[in-house]
Design a protein around this ligand. Structure first.
Ligand SMILES: Nc1ncnc2c1ncn2[C@@H]1O[C@H](COP(=O)(O)OP(=O)(O)OP(=O)(O)O)[C@@H](O)[C@H]1O
Ligand SMILES: Nc1ccn([C@H]2C[C@H](O)[C@@H](COP(=O)(O)O)O2)c(=O)n1
Length: 340
């Protein structure tokens, strides 16, 4: 699929969305869940029932570099919600596989990779003190909260963003066994205040689970971004968004971001665009949990928006929905708004 075809696909998505009278916005009416017979949906095993509660869930999906994680982090900070970066988990498994020289196309190796996905300890820690976004526009953009990724006690935040990981992620993220393991963990996180301690026994992380769920740290909702959040991970999310942007604009934004890394100063726009299109194609065409807009998602094209504008649109809708929602009393929703 080339840039023009991808553009056409997104234009088609926008067209359908704009012409839809119902709140159900897009694409196939088949639930992705029914297409995933191998997925183990029993996440209740992973989150201890006493910690479970009805968090307000916001699902954000879309293609690479469309602005999902920037938006999700800022929305989560403003609403004082938990933020879960689902892509970071696939990146972590990819890094672990590369380090151990495991090849996802080998039957023996893929079992080892699935075992890593099931049993390793992955912690996503999002702090409010953020970094500036790549876009140096006027007026200045808000600082974006950063997520540190800890894999078996090692901080791998920077390493998982290297191009080598991005290049190798497709073979891992399209494997049904890996997805089954990650899907269960991500569902548990969304139900359990971001707690992600499952290592096959649930015993080792009790202390962290209790800590995360202590009254002072309780969050009332969760924002999760990825490719299959609205369709597979959180099919009943209170709000779903599908964020897109023109491929060339996405590539320009990503280029600015990558050029900040010393070794990538000479990176070319054409290289970044080609990489994005390749990833889009693989994410859209893979059989299991493909990138697809949920029927009840709201389409948001960020091509002409500032970061603040896209965040505000989501916050506005979230507050409206929260006011109506049984999950939360209306006076609570405003209380949790923090200054961007
Ligand atoms: N409205 C915007 N205007 C300018 N730059 C933006 C806008 N939204 C996001 N960006 C920038 O675009 C880049 C990509 O955004 P982000 O990382 O949020 O995308 P993403 O969809 O999460 O990507 P991926 O799926 O690859 O992780 C970042 O550098 C971000 O600062
Ligand atoms: N829910 C998800 C999230 C991510 N992936 C895969 C596909 C992406 O190309 C890759 C990296 O994600 P990013 O960090 O760029 O958001 O991980 C997925 O399959 N499902």
């Amino acid at each position: 699929m080339n840039s023009l075809q991808i553009n056409k696909l997104f234009k088609c998505l926008i067209h359908i969305s704009e012409n839809s009278n119902s709140k159900k916005r897009l694409l196939s009416s088949t639930s992705s869940l029914s297409l995933q017979p191998n997925l183990n949906l029993n996440s209740s095993l992973l989150c201890q029932p006493i910690f479970k509660r009805n968090l307000f869930q916001i699902a954000i999906d879309g293609p690479a570099a469309s602005g999902k994680s920037t938006t999700a982090r800022l929305v989560a900070r403003k609403l004082n919600f938990e933020y879960i970066d689902s892509g970071a988990m696939y990146r972590t498994i990819t890094l672990a596989a590369l380090r151990e020289n495991l090849n996802p196309t080998s039957l023996v190796d893929i079992h080892k990779i699935i075992n890593i996905a099931r049993t390793s300890k992955i912690q996503l820690i999002t702090t409010n003190n953020g970094t500036p976004p790549s876009a140096h526009t006027s007026p200045p953009q808000p600082l974006v909260p950063k997520t540190r990724v800890i894999f078996n006690e090692e901080d791998i935040t920077e390493e998982i963003m290297l191009p080598e990981i991005t290049r190798n992620i497709m073979g891992i993220a399209s494997n049904p066994g890996v997805r089954e393991a990650i899907v269960s963990r991500q569902r548990a996180m969304a139900e359990c205040n971001g707690y992600n301690g499952y290592n096959g026994s649930n015993i080792n992380y009790d202390k962290e689970e209790k800590e995360k769920n202590s009254n002072s740290k309780r969050k009332q909702g969760v924002v999760m971004d990825g490719r299959d959040i609205g369709t597979v991970i959180l099919p009943n999310a209170n709000l779903k968004f599908f964020i897109i942007a023109d491929p060339k604009i996405r590539a320009e934004r990503r280029l600015k971001e990558l050029k900040r890394i010393k070794e990538m100063e000479n990176l070319e726009m054409s290289e970044v665009l080609a990489d994005l299109l390749k990833r889009d194609k693989s994410d859209i065409e893979r059989k299991i949990s493909p990138l697809k807009m949920a029927d009840d998602a709201i389409l948001l094209d960020t091509s002409g928006l500032s970061i603040e504008e896209q965040v505000e649109r989501i916050i506005k809708l979230a507050l409206e929905k929260m006011r109506k929602s049984d999950n939360m009393r209306s006076d609570n929703s405003d209380k949790h708004l923090e200054k961007l």
